[in-house]
Write a protein that binds this ligand. Sequence first.
Ligand code: SF4
Ligand code: SF4
Length: 328
Amino acid sequence: MSDALKAALLERARAAGFDDVRVAPAAAPEADRDRLLGWLAAGLHGEMDYMARWGAARADAATVLPGARSVLVFAANHYPLATPPLPPGGAEGSGGPILVAGPPPGHVAIAKYAVGEDYHVVLRERLAPVLGWLAEVLPNEKWRVCVDSAPLLERAFAVRAGIGFAAKNTMVISPRRGSYFFIACIATTALIEPDAPIEGTCGTCTRCLEACPTQAIIAPHVLDARRCISYQTIERRSEPGPDESVHLAGYAFGCDICQDVCPYNKFAVQAGMEEFRDGRVVRHHEPAATFAAIRSNREFARRFARSPLRRAGRRRLQRHAQSAVRGR
Ligand code: SF4
Ligand code: SF4
């Protein structure tokens, strides 16, 4: 793919609502495979068996598309709110406690990425015209769209492509855009000149490690998923034991705290894709009663048909909403 074609790709991506697109080689760096294997061997993935099932194969795009030689990595801002995350007097430059605005009484927090429509569906729909154009200009190549649904180490490819750098909170941070963006990939058999990784680092900052209410970031770049509120409210399938107390910090689904406190997010701007804006399906701070009022699985399925909240299921979401509102 020539530079002119790459420029045309960026133009198409932007027309489809994406903020950026860059290219990585089909194999993620060796260090990312090793980090993943070490993380799995330590059992830090908890009950996420699908992570262990694919292991290091996730670092090779040929796992999702035989013969893959490149990965196109797209970034899409999903920050839902009109104002940046930290309230006045938050952490900025104070050296004092890190204060993140919690939900008001009677309300629970929903992770910012989940207040709108399901990104798996939205990003696929938005990528469709880009994919159609690629198939036209390179008709002999194969393409496969991966939006967090195929065994692909998307964050490692995003870092390798230069979308952002690997941050201590395990997110990918763009020095210009922060970390509130989705990553979508297209694996392809086309051999495309990779883009260079970007310079960027957390430096001496440890704000996310200090602010995490469950100490789930056990070392820079290392998440013990079992302690993480996102895992507890979304991924975990087993019931908590009678003596187990799970602190949810006001969240009924997911958690944003380690991103909210990050200085790179202080200039977060509202998503251009309206599907991800606050209130599209629910609000970031939603009355707990919204969830308690849902009486049947059918009603739940209808209400959240196009929402990531569907994944938790009615009873789990209601249980977490109850715990979150009580724990405040
Ligand atoms: S998402 Fe929340 S619980 Fe998980 S690591 Fe970040 S701050 Fe901690
Ligand atoms: S809060 Fe600080 S350490 Fe954490 S991801 Fe942001 S810059 Fe890195």
